[in-house]
Design a protein around this ligand. Structure first.
Ligand code: NDP
Length: 253
């Protein structure tokens, strides 16, 4: 399909996991994709190579999120990459996917761990959107990756869930002003989704996690990427400010 032909997209945290699948998926739809990453240059380059092998277009953009000036630094590199390839700095799709997990019980969470979760998962998307405002085209799409943990209790992930609860506020409160420019903004909440975490190499653990979904399996990055591809396309034009459950039914309880 080529629902995003001629469009440009930024996917943060696209070197691996869900972000990688989103980058590949929306590149397959025809978008020129900026594959953002923090440290894994080789993995980001591999994503670019995969996209090019599939006949698509992409380039890698490095920037550590959660550090002062992060959004501006990322956008300077993004704009240079876009300008070189399209002659403009216009952006049609922004996917705020990069994130860090917690996995620390509330009574053991340090102030530094808490600040880091908020800085990467909530503050960075806020300032990336703010910085993107002058680049976003009429009809652009903003998609923020949240988590089913904003609706599913887990005492080991309180701080992480708080950071994701915060990121969901972006869609609610920015949807109206962005709609004036024809831009939509939505939150996507995955459930347990296979990534590079070693826990997915332990069959008993995967079996236990799979029981949380009525489909009896864990999510694959492509499951989430297909939903994001829809939200990135014109077909989602009548949806904004929404919470999109991408948990494979886990939130049904
Ligand atoms: P991964 O841990 O597999 O990948 C994380 C990505 O984010 C990598 O590309 C990484 O770059 C980048 N990243 C991490 N920290 C930073 C940082 N400080 N600055 C810039 N980039 C950074 O993540 P997942 O695919 O598992 O998760 C993707 C999103 O989905 C996250 O927001 C996560 O919270 C959310 N989510 C995931 C679920 C899951 O079960 N997997 C469930 C619910 C939500 P690099 O490779 O360079 O380190």
């Amino acid at each position: 399909m080529d629902r995003l032909a001629g469009k440009t997209a930024l996917v943060t945290g696209a070197s691996r996991g869900i972000g990688r699948a989103i980058a590949i998926r929306i590149a397959d739809e025809g978008a020129l994709v900026a594959v953002h990453y923090a440290a894994n240059t080789q993995m980001a380059e591999d994503v670019v190579a995969t996209i090019e092998k599939n006949g698509g277009r992409a380039f890698a953009v490095q920037a550590e999120l959660g550090a002062p000036g992060d959004a501006h630094e990322l956008f300077l590199r993004l704009e240079a990459g876009l300008k070189e390839r399209t002659g403009s700095v216009e952006l049609d799709v922004l996917v705020n996917n990069a994130g860090v997990m917690g996995g620390v019980p509330a009574d053991e969470t340090t102030a530094e761990q808490f600040d880091r979760l908020i800085a990467v998962n909530a503050k960075a998307p806020f300032f990336l959107i703010q910085r993107a405002l002058s680049n976003l085209t009429s009809g652009a799409r903003v998609i923020n990756i949240s988590s089913g943990l904003t609706r599913f209790a887990n005492p080991d992930e309180v701080a992480y869930a708080m950071s994701k609860g915060a990121v969901e506020q972006l869609a609610l409160h920015l949807a109206k002003p962005l709609a004036e420019r024809g831009i939509t903004i939505n939150s996507v909440a995955p459930g347990i989704t296979r990534n590079g975490n070693p826990v997915f190499d332990i069959p008993e653990a995967v079996e236990q996690m799979a029981r949380l979904s009525p489909f009896g399996r864990v999510g694959e990055p492509q499951d989430v990427a297909d939903i994001v591809a829809f939200l990135a396309s014109d077909e989602s034009r009548w949806m904004t400010g929404a919470f999109v459950d991408a948990s494979g039914g886990t939130l049904l309880g």
